[in-house]
Design a protein around this ligand. Structure first.
Ligand code: NAD
Length: 473
């Protein structure tokens, strides 16, 4: 089998081979192209011990020292952008240009988190002298990442953990382990040994992490179903958890919106990464007078979108990342068809190897259909019609998810009034999607616990310690 050079686990600053490995599939062909090491529980124990040793020094490194080291790590990632992006496209499926942006964004997350100030300091005078508050690192953070944007998501958790003074053990998804293992090698070269340990393996490795007594916090990005298992497992030791989970984002398009301007932006916000983004638009609520025109405008864009392998420079949308997700999305399409959905574009897989689904626009559905109620996480978008503003808000909020939402309108005051009533961690007006290191990101309801990024995110990787009689500011 042709493929890149062998991949190793990174433990205590060194590459470590595993006795067994597992195949990694190219989603554009459906065929394996490389193998990833399958870490054992013994590897996890070694990684946690190494992280614990590294933590002892990193905890006492001042914020300037941490900042410099993290900036060096980010620069080393940028310097390897091309091979990292190519590997990411191969294992994840996204177009190469998007993979390049992801590598840049992963580096930016690290540099951006390093630049934030976690705060703390003098509070007030108390009975025994000055009282101060400090954000104290927790120890070892276990980072568990999904397959849709493996590098950005793993690195934003790693960055927060490091910036707050912790050491980490990182586990990428078994569907996309390779580019993260390469980042692990870069971390091993540029950061103190053991500060970032990278282990690939199956879901059992994730379970060992959530149960490990040497791990103080689990930072998790993935599905709501797995997030609940992580939280249940963490309860035993009261491990801290950050959970960034699924979404079913609504975009509300009002009857005064400029459809020529809205349609392309909405399409991009829904079909980015072939719909496999937590904060992609997953339900469009279009006001009745413009609903048909908007659906048709989106369908035109869907029919025109160029779908194919990520190395083809003309391609805009890659495959769905893996076989189980492909099967799930196809089942949602079938369910929509069985329930009277009208397919204005797509509605089928391409007749070729790999996990390619035609960008799909469906109308004629209501709540109670799987495509509306569940997170599709694929290139399929339902357009639902509504009458009043109140109805739109009520239906947008009638979900167990609460990650993102948007309102699209030519009337700023009307849009803002609606936006303020949406139950979501991020709300956009005339836009949808995007995250930045300084902005807290996360979900209401079953879209997560806590917020990642921003000072709020950074603080969730620390304990608060209040000290009385601290002897000065
Ligand atoms: P997933 O939940 O299947 O897997 C995520 C990670 O958890 C993987 O590394 C997996 O190996 C690991 N895992 C599986 N079972 C485990 C267990 N019992 N204990 C510990 N770890 C376990 O998610 P996925 O399919 O890889 O990712 C897609 C999901 O991620 C979507 O729902 C998407 O919305 C969500 N997501 C959320 C955000 C966000 O910021 N809110 C960002 C990206 C993706």
């Amino acid at each position: 089998m042709d493929g890149p050079p062998a991949f190793l686990l990174s433990i205590d600053g060194a590459g470590v081979a595993a006795a067994s490995d597992f195949p990694v599939i190219d989603p554009a062909t459906g065929e394996p192209f490389a193998r990833a090491p399958d870490a054992t529980e013994a590897h996890l124990n070694q990684a946690v011990a190494a992280a614990r040793r590294a933590f002892a020094n990193w905890r006492d490194t001042d914020s300037d020292g941490r900042r410099e080291a993290m900036k060096g790590f980010a620069a080393a990632i940028r310097a390897e952008r091309e091979p990292l992006a190519a590997l990411l496209t191969r294992e994840q499926g996204k177009p190469l240009a998007a993979a390049r942006r992801e590598v840049e964004a992963a580096a930016e997350r690290i540099a951006g988190m390093a630049a934030l100030d976690i705060g703390g300091g003098y509070l007030r005078e108390g009975p025994s002298g000055p009282v101060r508050l400090d954000y104290v690192p927790m120890g070892v953070v276990g980072v568990i990442a999904p397959w849709n944007a493996p590098l950005i998501l793993a690195m934003q958790m790693v960055a927060q953990a490091l910036a707050a003074g912790n050491a980490v053990v990182v586990k990428p998804s078994p569907f996309t382990p390779l580019s993260t293992l390469r980042l692990g090698e870069i971390a091993a070269r540029t950061l103190p040994p053991g500060l970032v340990n990278t282990l690939s393996g199956g879901n059992d490795l994730g379970q060992w992490m959530t149960g490990h007594p040497g791990i103080d916090k689990i930072a998790f990005v993935g599905s709501t179903a797995t997030g609940k298992k992580v939280m249940a497992a963490a309860a035993d030791s009261l491990k801290r958890v950050s959970l960034e989970l699924g979404g079913n984002d609504a975009a509300i398009v009002l009857d005064d919106a400029d459809l020529d301007a809205v349609a392309p932006r909405l399409f991009a916000s829904a079909f980015i990464n072939s719909g496999q983004i937590c904060m992609a638009v997953k339900r469009v609520f279009a006001q009745a007078p413009i609903a048909d025109a908007l659906a048709e405008a989106l369908a035109v864009l869907a029919r025109k979108a160029r779908v194919g392998g990520g190395f083809d420079p003309d391609v805009e949308l890659g495959p769905v990342q893996n076989q189980p997700q492909f099967t799930k999305v196809m089942a949602l399409i079938q369910d929509a068809r069985d329930r009277g959905g009208r397919f204005l574009a797509g509605g089928m897989a391409f007749d070729r190897p790999g996990y390619f689904i035609a960008p799909t626009i469906v109308t004629g559905l209501r709540e109670g259909t799987r495509l509306v109620d569940e997170e599709q996480f694929g290139p399929v978008l339902p357009i639902l019609s509504f009458d009043s503003d109140d109805e739109a808000v009520m239906r947008a909020n009638a979900t167990r998810f609460g990650l993102g939402a948007s309102v699209w309108s030519g009337d700023q005051a009307r849009a803002e009034a609606l936006a303020r009533r949406l139950e979501a961690g991020t709300v956009w007006i005339n836009a949808h999607g995007g995250a930045a290191p300084d902005l807290p990101f996360g979900g209401f309801k079953e879209s997560g616990i806590g917020r990642g990024m921003g000072v709020a995110g950074l603080r969730s990787y620390a304990e608060i310690r209040v000290m009385h009689g601290a002897g000065g500011a």
